[in-house]
Design a protein around this ligand. Sequence first.
Ligand code: AGP
Length: 592
Amino acid sequence: MCGIVGYIGENDCKDIIIDGLKKLEYRGYDSSGVALIGDGEYVFKEKGRIVNMEQTVNRDIFASIGIGHTRWATHGRPSKINSHPHMSYDNRFILVHNGVIENEVYLRDTYLKGIDLVSETDTEILASLMSVLVKSSCCVKVGIMEFMKIVKGSYALALVDTLDNNRLYAIKNMSPMIIGVGDEFNMLGSDVSCMIKETNEFVPFEDMEFAVIGKDDFIIYDKEGVVVNRDSYISELNSDDIELGQYPHYMLKEIEEQSSVIRKILSEYYDDGFVVDNDLLSELENSDRINIIAAGTSYHAGIVGKKIIETMSNKPVDVHIASEFVYNTPVLSDNPFFIFITQSGETADSRACLKKINQLGYKSLTITNVAGSTLSREATYTLLLHAGPEIAVASTKAYTAQIAVLSILAFCISDYEIDLYKELSKVANTIDEVYSLKNKIKDYAESYLSDTRNCFYIGRGIDYYVAMEAALKLKEISYIQTEGFAAGELKHGTIALIEDNVPVLAIISSKDTNLNTRGNVKEVESRGANTLVISTKSVSNESDEIILNDVHPLLTALITVIPTQYISYYAALNRGLDIDKPRNLAKSVTVE
Ligand code: AGP
């Protein structure tokens, strides 16, 4: 949940580091800092957005080595003193850290006796520990190996030794970090986006590896100090993909990319029929139960996927919240198969499940938007979303892309009668039509949500699953307490919360449950609720506020979610909130 950038090369790296951090700001934005090594060592750090720190940087410095960090606080509140980089007690080592150390108290009390620490962070302990270990070792490399033996927890570290201006060090366990390979320079980053302007060639780390990086070369070692030879890969990411263009916010841009993403998915997976790895399909067909594991929005995509897979293939599917599965693992069937859904491919809760599944010897698939991500590399199979980088913390295009890919997977393991290519193409066209309703939706967001403290989305079946996602979206960017609720369940207690003017937004797309849900709408209206109905044409009433054209019943989530994304966007905009970087959140939750 923090962002790291490092550079070593010929050129001045101030702006390379700071621009790279700005591309990572979606990973965390409580504070930021840079360490610049040139004719001296300079550290600049500030609480809040990167621009706050940027304003303090002395532009006269020429630095050919630099490390930078943007923080999502885990140990120690957001503050200047807790922000990274942190220096060792003797000012020899400077480091930035993404992750959470589990034995920081032991490390401090055992190795740092008598050493004063100035911050509340586990990271500062690591900086001084490094200095203590290197002093008692023959060299930095051995010191790092000692470090990796005793430090427990997750870490991606970029480290500078002020006594050696020709080296940058990287140490990786659990948290993401990759090397960017340049010409007369090399970089480090939490993901590709912060380096793509400088290079498109990358080398990933595995856990418990470290690297010694120069401007012309680098060596990766395993924890025993044995050299690791790993091929680089070329990222297809285009630096334009991560630019905002004419949009005011990434979230709006990404909402309005969804129809193109569906078409891109079709172009990637369809070639005179849907093309998916045959071994993967065999594993799915031979399994007796499919287990989907995910978090947040990806979990919500998974429960829609369950409905689609079970309906098309009659294969039983369970969907698990990742943070529950690891410590509360259900009884598994004799031949389960696991599908991990993760936009970032780095979610620690999901990754912890995958590690457990791998230890149990089961096969797995990761559906992700990031090639080369940790969950992609550690699963048996990978299917990519091809959605382009999703920068806004609130996930939108990844959700619809995940459902689209799940529908293709379901189709490939079934004999279900559907022209899926045609139906998904129709979905893309229908999404385009929803875009034309955005001004009306904006007005609804204003009239229904400007001054409310709470809100309900209700629905049945797939509409209920979309209501859950709609509620998360509204909560995470407008901070309105919102529940996505099974429409039929309200009367069993929660309806007690309905009072005058409470907004209740109903999603209705199924002819089987249309009248039931409309009955529930009447129930809440009779208790003062301010209701709004999002419906599809074949089940609509002319009084419905938002009416969408019909798509295949299994694919309605792909269109009914769009108005709810706009509603969240405009509700937050009306409140003057930060759309792309909501409080307390981060785009990639790489701590459990
Ligand atoms: C969604 O809007 C949130 N940003 C969050 O719930 C997210 O979906 C969740 O953290 C899972 O992330 P992942 O898809 O990268 O694993």
